[in-house]
Design a protein around this ligand. Structure first.
Ligand code: NAD
Length: 357
């Protein structure tokens, strides 16, 4: 993969690679944009098939963070980092996290690390032993686990989808299918069950499914069935990205797709348009899953708890606005990018906030 060519095509400002001989850490930080401010984005630990796949992931994820922050009206840019695990069961250690913290520190605050898949609040605290540019820990850094806020934002986005389709915003007669009942999916399932929905769940990790069934009364989908072809009112992808492609979209039997996973569309333009063609309402991922970023970025930017809660409530309004704009566009995904780019263009004209950049 030609890195500079890819940076130009995605519009990245900076991509940095790092290897630490003492711990074996291999990591990439991708800063997509600092136009609206310093850029907060999670650190993902993942075992990639090859470097090209890792680079593709970090470039796409960091671009998405720029749009996520802008659409949520945060004075934040967009960035993400990844740690390339040598094997899938490689355990996180304090030494690895601290080496990553030192790498984050070299960005001088333009990049602020946080949780993502494979990174816990403990890992954030270990990174924070080496740099002050980390959010999401409980002791050395702060903010804690953002997933309850991500789940709440996604639930708010679902309400907007129902209203947009002219349906009653009442979950009691609805069935929602959730792929992945980990940190965000479990909490989303809880909110939906509390609102009276029937919730069908899948997860590759059997004890995680068991927890959702036993604690929340969710229904586990049998191994012989596929959630992406089940008849549900709302499908919520809450595991990994790329789950909506030409093949899966063709088989969908839901009216709405709204989940917490990042980069749900494998090819955003064509897959977004295919969803429109099939008459399935897609809540753009970076709008629906912004709650966790709003929480951590809000704390970083010094917003009050009340201001942060209000912004998470506002995900419902933002979803509605984007869905309305999509009427004249090929897809809701394209409308969301246009919406975010408009916010970036408007923000770029304003003087930068103190501490930003
Ligand atoms: P998590 O690791 O806690 O949960 C993901 C769950 O998905 C796990 O239980 C895993 O076993 C399961 N899973 C993996 N592959 C699966 C498959 N093929 N089928 C079914 N289940 C599968 O992660 P999370 O924090 O809940 O994040 C989930 C998604 O949401 C990720 O894409 C993440 O980037 C995105 N996201 C999370 C947050 C957050 O606040 N945690 C914020 C924004 C976006």
């Amino acid at each position: 993969m030609n890195v500079l060519h890819e940076m130009v095509s995605y519009g990245h400002e900076r991509v940095a690679f790092h290897q630490d001989p003492a711990t074996g850490l291999r990591a990439i930080i991708a800063i997509h944009s600092t136009v609206l401010g310093n850029a907060l984005g999670g650190t993902r630990r993942w075992c990639y098939a090859n470097e090209g796949e890792a680079l593709f992931d970090v470039l796409r994820l960091s671009e998405g963070m720029t749009y996520k922050a802008a659409a949520a009206d945060l004075a934040m840019g967009g960035a993400k980092s990844i740690i390339l695990m040598p094997k899938s069961d490689h355990q996180p250690t304090e030494a690895e996290a601290r080496a990553m913290g030192r790498f984050v520190d070299t960005m001088n605050g333009a990049y602020i690390a946080a949780e993502d898949v494979g990174v816990s609040p403990q890992f954030c605290d270990w990174m924070a032993m080496e740099t002050k540019h980390v959010m999401g820990g409980n002791t050395v850094s702060h903010g804690g686990d953002p997933s309850p806020y991500t789940a709440l934002g996604c639930f708010n986005s679902m309400k907007a989808c129902l209203a947009h389709l002219g349906k009653k915003v009442d979950f009691s007669n609805l069935t929602v299918g959730i792929q992945g009942v980990g940190a965000t999916g479990y909490r989303l399932a809880k909110l939906l069950r509390q609102a009276g929905a029937a919730v069908l769940v899948t997860d590759v990790h059997v004890p995680t499914v068991k927890r959702a069934v036993e604690e929340l009364g969710c229904v586990a989908l049998g191994n012989d069935r596929n959630l992406f072809t089940e008849k549900v009112d709302i499908l919520a992808p809450c595991a990994l990205g790329g789950v909506l492609d030409a093949k899966t979209i063709e088989g969908l039997k839901c009216g709405i797709v709204c989940g917490t996973a990042n980069n749900q569309l494998r090819v955003p333009d064509s897959d977004g348009a295919l969803l429109t063609k099939r008459g399935i309402l897609y809540s753009p991922d970076f709008v629906a899953n912004a709650g966790g970023l709003i929480r951590l970025a809000g704390l970083y930017l010094g917003l009050t708890e009340a201001q942060i809660d209000k912004k998470i409530d506002q995900i419902e309004g933002t979803t509605s606005a984007v869905l309305k704009e999509a009427a004249s566009m090929p897809s809701t995904a394209a409308a969301a990018v246009t919406y975010a780019k408009r916010k970036i263009a408007a923000g770029a004209k304003k003087p930068q906030l103190a501490g930003a950049r």
